[in-house]
Design a protein around this ligand. Structure first.
Ligand code: SAM
Length: 222
């Protein structure tokens, strides 16, 4: 089995970051033996998730929030390489507890909010508080916009990591973003079929969003 350090070397990361990212990857693989925290089962798959997580770094500013963090992708790799404090919103209590223990073991600054983004988005201490946010592998693009944009302050950005986006999804995302106080600013292809879609927050999100239920089951404009 190839060591995680070897898989992560040669990506412009310094030795300290490679060591910390590899430790993170091993802790996730270990946790996966006890409960199903991520579909990634091998060092190669973990390394791919870490590399994909780091693709958002150039787009991020503090304060930074990640919604639906699961095992911590992308927020924990982001925290490791940038030193930025991370706010992780995760609905599954068991995963939220794992994230707390990962922050502690990796000596990262951050906080875990163990609740659904639909509730967190209405909390006065979190709503429109963040300069940037991510939400990887959680839902369709319009659903992600509804979970993330209420948390982003005016002038800030929601940074979406997506695979291919077809015309229907793009048009639903554009319409949903407008309803939520944002707009699609740009789409950057970052290799393979991966792309970053940047939503800019331009006006306050209307108070009825995020809807308490249905953001994922009945995404806006889909
Ligand atoms: N972001 C991680 C990644 O890229 O590997 C995890 C992706 S996992 C498929 C989706 C995670 O989002 C799960 O851990 C789930 O519990 C969480 N989640 C889904 N909907 C959520 C919501 N509305 N609010 C908070 N967490 C949510």
């Amino acid at each position: 089995m190839i060591a995680l350090e070897e898989l992560l070397t040669g990506q412009g990361l310094d030795e300290r970051n490679v060591a910390a990212l590899a430790l993170y990857g091993r802790l996730v693989l270990e946790a996966n033996r006890h409960f199903n925290v991520t579909g990634a089962r091998s060092p190669e798959e973990i390394a791919r998730h870490i590399t994909d997580s780091l693709s958002v770094v150039p787009y991020l500013r503090e304060p930074y929030v990640d919604v639906g963090s699961g095992a911590g992708f992308p927020a924990i790799p982001v925290g490791i390489v940038t030193g930025m404090p991370v706010t992780l919103i995760e609905a599954t209590q068991k995963k939220a507890r794992l994230l707390e223990s990962l922050l502690e073991r990796l000596e990262l600054q951050g906080v875990v909010i163990a609740e659904r983004a639909e509730a967190a988005g209405h909390r006065p201490d979190l709503r429109e508080h963040f300069a940037t946010g991510t939400c990887r592998a959680v839902a369709s693009a319009p659903a992600v916009a509804e979970l993330l944009l209420p948390l982003i302050g005016i002038g800030g950005a929601a940074v979406l990591q997506r695979g291919s986006v077809d015309d229907r999804e793009r048009s639903a995302l554009e319409d949903a973003s407008l309803m939520l106080g944002g707009s699609v600013e740009r789409e950057d292809e970052i290799g393979g079929d991966r792309r970053i879609v940047l939503l800019r927050k331009q006006r306050a999100t209307p108070g009825r969003f995020p809807r308490r239920t249905g953001a994922q089951k009945r995404p806006l404009c889909e």
